[in-house]
Write a protein that binds this ligand. Structure first.
Ligand code: 4AZ
Length: 244
């Protein structure tokens, strides 16, 4: 996160760290992406965060990647479901979403606490200009390697027309994504934040509106962050969860 501040305990209780290691290895797991808890046993992340050759786990309820905290809980990923229409081009990523099923018994995986809680899925669009929150352990203006502390920042929803301006991203923006940030630059998500949340407030409820997806570098003028439009995928999410 560029232009962010240390998240306060319990401020982003749906934020997960998606951690990977090669299949069958005994190496330590390392943070690779963000993810977002949407129920006790399910999380969302970006499609581009999924590599079928890796074993995955998620860490919930923690703010620091370096140290073990009493509030944190780590749990294995049982199954990853990447969107069937996921597509990467040199310029953009389309349908950049995946579901993670967590390991558990009888529909219980992560228990809700003050520090671990599911985000709500959207049922209506938010207006352009709405101030929303992004968070993650990704790269910052100070470090390419990311932050060991969870950071958060405020960004504005940018309308599809402005984001498709030739000075911004031109015609590569489709309705599976939206832009958010500050066109003057400075505040943005970055590498390592991918798959993490953009939440907006609706009558005091935090709604998961976007997943960190891509952008032309980070924090640059006229190059806002691009987010997977979660509202475009709510039927897909429901159908996959029901089918399992
Ligand atoms: C990345 O490389 C990435 N500024 C993620 C987010 C943004 C840019 C790049 C948005 O994963």
């Amino acid at each position: 996160i560029y232009g962010g501040l240390k998240a306060l305990p319990g401020a982003q209780p749906w934020q997960l760290s998606l951690q990977v290691r090669p299949q069958g290895s005994s190496q330590a797991y390392r943070h690779t992406c963000g993810a977002v808890l949407i129920s006790s046993c399910w999380a969302l992340t970006a499609g581009h965060c999924i590599n079928p050759n890796n074993q995955m786990q998620v860490m919930a309820g923690g703010l620091s990647l370096g140290k073990d905290e009493p509030t944190e809980k780590t749990i294995d990923v049982d199954q990853a479901i990447k969107h069937e229409k996921y597509m990467e081009t040199p310029e953009a990523v389309y349908n950049d979403i995946a579901l993670l099923k967590l390991k558990g018994t009888r529909g219980r995986c992560l228990n809700e606490t003050q520090f671990v809680r599911a985000a709500c899925l959207p049922d209506a669009p938010f207006p352009d200009g709405t101030e929303c929150t992004i968070s993650g352990w990704g790269a910052t203006e100070y470090s390419l390697y990311g932050s060991s502390n969870l950071l958060d920042a405020q960004v504005l929803l940018i309308n599809q027309e402005s984001c498709s301006d030739k000075e911004v991203y031109g015609n590569i923006i489709d309705n599976t994504m939206f832009c958010a940030g500050h066109l003057q630059g400075g505040v943005d998500s970055c590498q390592g934040d991918s798959g993490g949340p953009l939440t907006c407030n609706k009558e005091g409820t935090h709604v998961l509106y976007g997943l960190v997806s891509w952008g032309d570098q980070c924090g640059r003028k006229n190059k806002p962050g691009v987010y997977t439009r979660v509202s475009h995928f709510t039927d897909w999410i429901q159908s996959k969860i029901q089918a399992v």
